[in-house]
Design a protein around this ligand. Structure first.
Ligand SMILES: NC(=O)c1ccc[n+]([C@@H]2O[C@H](COP(=O)([O-])OP(=O)(O)OC[C@H]3O[C@@H](n4cnc5c(N)ncnc54)[C@H](O)[C@@H]3O)[C@@H](O)[C@H]2O)c1
Length: 500
């Protein structure tokens, strides 16, 4: 597959390497001779499907095979079918059978599908997970598990009725810096956690992108408090070995959208970004052959516009969000998410009875604009843009730092092991755990593998936050009907490393 130019795609971490550190990269037994590969079908052949397609035709081809596609859009299925043909070294497309959403059950049966990978828009997950399970398949589902309490009930009912597996792909857990913070907390280094402060800023490339397509409508994504923050809330649940108990939220659409643009005097805006020259808010689908093929050339089938203007009408999600979340074991989190920052990254500070840990990550220090006024996704492309990036990075260099300070002691930097590949070095490790979990040698001391209960606990915060926004009141998680109660999972005790 071509290099991923999609601005929603995660960028590689400075700590990522080709091999990875054994502290975070698990070991797997060889595949037993003669064992059949598991048969996978992908439902939702958009951007995210690419990661699974690459994994199944690449490093995990010995344990997995792709057997079918399911999507509403024939052009996107054809795109991936051609990619698989190329990846397998065939003369043309792979020729895998294609199904529409109504044909999901027939696909599972006819193609003897073992596992359905769900990479569709968030609002569709619950129904597709339940239907795939009822038809006889296990499921790998992208975050968020679902967008509503009703969706949670659909999935919990389905798991109980079928006994089928749901793997949640919480890739952020596998990012070594996030694993290291888990290690710090689980080792007892900072004592019992009393509070967490977590701030995430999305920049004017990545953050803006949620305001261009289906995510921009609450009914599709559950808002960024579900779509995006479910990653963050899962991290906190997992770091603390705790579950959320009560949520108060305050949020607003204060930057994107037609009303904000008019109030700031932005003037007339184009309806879509493709073809617009000199406007950094516009997203041109012709700038990347993959985006053009997946979206622009596929529009004729379903009218899905991938490049709508971020200052147009119809946006129903917020761009500034703040929460206070109480956890069952007593800690409190203050959380904020901003979607129009000039840089991208996050800061997490964890206060404990013995000290404090601070994780600071700069994923992109600056959004570089070229001389035509367009956003440059790869600043190393020209000497001028590379220089602009280097100049800007003097103050805010890309990178990550985990600092631990115990009471009465000086602050120390906690080592972050190297991961593999993109997304803070986490995606490749996650995929090993997804495709080779049954071959893993030894348990994961970090407890990174996630199932539907982790998915529930993560979306519970966003669901409660949405209810809090609606009512203006704090919302108790116990008052939501999620199909089952959230339960505290104690973190596994780990031994501090040398730094501890
Ligand atoms: N973990 C991560 O870092 C990460 C990154 C990107 C996306 N995601 C998740 O992956 C999912 C897909 O996101 P994306 O960016 O690929 O979206 P996308 O819009 O690029 O692709 C979605 C695909 O689903 C298809 N589709 C829509 N409704 C369908 C239905 N009912 N049945 C079958 N197909 C249907 C669309 O035609 C499209 O091809 C989302 O849930 C998103 O949250 C996760």
């Amino acid at each position: 597959m071509s290099g991923d130019q999609n601005p929603t795609a995660p960028r590689p971490s400075s700590a990522a390497s080709a091999t990875g550190d054994p502290a975070v990269v698990p070991q797997f037994a060889p595949v037993p001779a003669g064992r059949a590969r598991r048969r996978y079908a992908v439902v939702g052949t958009g951007h995210r499907a690419g990661m699974y397609m690459d994994a199944i035709t690449g490093p995990h081809a010995d344990v997995a095979e792709l057997v079918a596609w399911c999507d509403t859009n024939p052009a996107r299925m054809a795109y991936y079918d051609a990619e698989v043909g190329r990846a397998l070294g065939l003369d043309g497309p792979a020729g895998l059978p294609t199904y529409g959403p109504d044909g999901l059950e027939a696909m599972v049966v006819e193609q003897r599908v073992d596992v359905v990978v769900v990479t569709t828009p968030d609002v569709t997950h619950a129904d597709l997970v339940a239907r795939a399970q009822a038809a006889g398949a296990d499921v790998v589902v992208e975050k968020p598990l679902t967008t509503t309490d009703a969706g949670c009930r659909t999935i919990t009912d389905s798991v109980k009725a079928t006994g089928r597996d749901v793997v949640m792909t919480f890739n952020y857990r596998y990012s070594p810096r996030n694993s290291s913070l888990r290690e710090v907390i689980a080792s007892g280094e900072i004592g019992e956690v009393t509070s967490v402060h977590f701030e995430w800023v999305l920049d004017t490339v990545h953050g803006a992108d949620y305001f261009r397509r289906w995510h921009r409508q609450r009914q599709n994504s559950g808002s960024l408090l579900i779509h995006k923050s479910s990653h963050h809330f899962d991290l906190v649940n997992w770091w603390l070995g705790d579950v959320p108990a009560r949520v108060y939220a305050s949020a607003g659409l204060r930057f994107y959208g037609a009303a904000n643009a008019a109030a700031r005097g932005l003037g007339d805006r184009p309806e879509r970004g493709t073809g617009v020259v000199g406007d950094p808010w516009s997203f041109d689908l012709t700038a990347d052959p993959r985006l053009q093929a997946l979206y622009l050339d596929a529009e004729q089938h379903d009218g899905y516009l991938r490049d709508r203007d971020v200052f147009s009408e119809g946006i129903t999600i917020d761009d500034n969000m703040a929460l206070v979340v109480d956890y069952a074991r007593g800690a409190t989190m203050t959380y904020s998410l901003n979607a129009h920052a000039p840089w991208e990254g996050y800061t997490v500070a964890v206060n404990g009875t013995k000290g404090r840990a601070e994780l600071t990550v700069v994923e992109r220090g600056v959004v570089v604009i070229d001389d035509r006024g367009h956003v440059v996704l790869d600043p190393s492309a020209t000497p001028e843009t590379q220089q602009a990036k280097l100049d800007a990075e003097g103050i805010r260099p890309e990178g990550e730092r985990l600092v631990v300070q115990k009471h009465w002691q000086a602050a120390r930097e906690w080592p972050i092991p190297a991961g593999i590949g993109g997304h803070g070095g986490g995606d490749a490790i996650l995929l090993m755990d997804v495709f080779r979990r049954d071959l893993r040698i030894g348990d994961d001391p970090l407890g990174r593998a996630a199932g539907y209960r982790d998915g529930l606990a993560a979306v519970a915060v966003g669901i409660a936050a949405n209810e809090s926004l609606r009512t203006g009141q704090a919302v108790r998680i116990a008052d939501l009907d999620l199909g089952e109660k959230l339960t505290v999972v104690e973190p596994v005790e780990t031994t501090p490393t040398d730094a501890g």
